[in-house]
Ligand binder design. Structure first.
Ligand code: C5P
Length: 229
């Protein structure tokens, strides 16, 4: 079967300072969730989607799904307390027949269909593949306020993004083990890496940033308006 995609959209987005949950905030007239769904339309390898949303937002999410005009089945589920919980919950609703599962943050409105396709293709060959970009700035470790403790060697450091694609069985096992061991990670790749499985990076983009703060939202608005998307 084709790949299954999990869209995690269950965050509150407290740091945006808005009452609306982040995935339902509009950028140039379109919600972040609608933007993610729209991108899926152009990825032939995807056969189904499961969207995790804040409890109580299921109807609103169904409206976004219908408006996106997707030709694949889309399930909607309440998410969990942390991102990792939302992924685990949504993953359980994906078809066990799917070879590949992809996880994507609704908070990254500028992920491209090519990123999805490349992650899926590389994950099928390798086990796992994630969108990422090489770190451009020099990184400092700062502790105890503002005091620089050390400078990290930038070479070989990449910033992880989503989409992240894996053999579905690997991702299911990674989440099951994390639940058992109480491991908390900020991305799915970390959990899969802990199994000793191989994960590679594919080319992400600085535009594929995650909307976290009001500044990010303003930047996204400017980009969406400029590129007319
Ligand atoms: O909070 P942050 O922006 O890092 O979350 C990344 C993604 O994970 C967002 O798309 C958000 O909606 C999702 N998330 C979730 N469930 C949570 C927390 C975050 O689906 N409990």
């Amino acid at each position: 079967m084709k790949a299954s995609v999990v869209i995690v959209a269950a965050g509150s987005g407290n740091r945006l300072g808005l009452a609306t949950p982040k995935a339902f905030v509009r950028v140039a007239g379109m919600t972040l969730l609608a933007r993610a769904l729209r991108t899926l339309r152009s990825v032939d390898a995807i056969g189904e989607a499961v969207v995790a949303v804040p409890s109580g937002m299921e109807r609103a999410a169904r409206g976004e799904v219908n408006a996106a005009g997707l030709e694949i089945p889309v399930k909607i589920t309440p998410g969990g307390g942390e991102r990792q919980d939302s992924v685990r919950i949504a993953l359980a609703f994906t078809s066990a027949e799917a070879d590949i599962a992809i996880v994507h943050d609704a908070a990254r409105p500028f992920a491209t269909a090519a990123m999805f396709s490349e992650c899926i293709e590389a994950a099928a060959r390798i086990g796992g593949a994630i969108a990422a970009i090489p770190v451009a700035d020099t990184l400092k470790r700062v502790e105890g306020g503002r005091s620089i403790q050390s400078t990290l060697t930038r070479s070989g450091l990449w910033q992880a993004q989503t989409p992240q694609a894996f053999h579905r069985a690997l991702l299911v096992e990674a989440h099951a083990r994390a639940s058992r061991d109480g491991t908390v990670a900020t991305d799915d790749s970390d959990l899969v890496e802990r199994l000793g499985a191989r994960v590679e990076v594919v080319e992400g983009s600085p535009l594929n940033f995650k909307i976290t703060t009001p500044d990010d939202l303003a930047i996204a608005e400017a980009i969406a308006t400029r590129i007319g998307s």
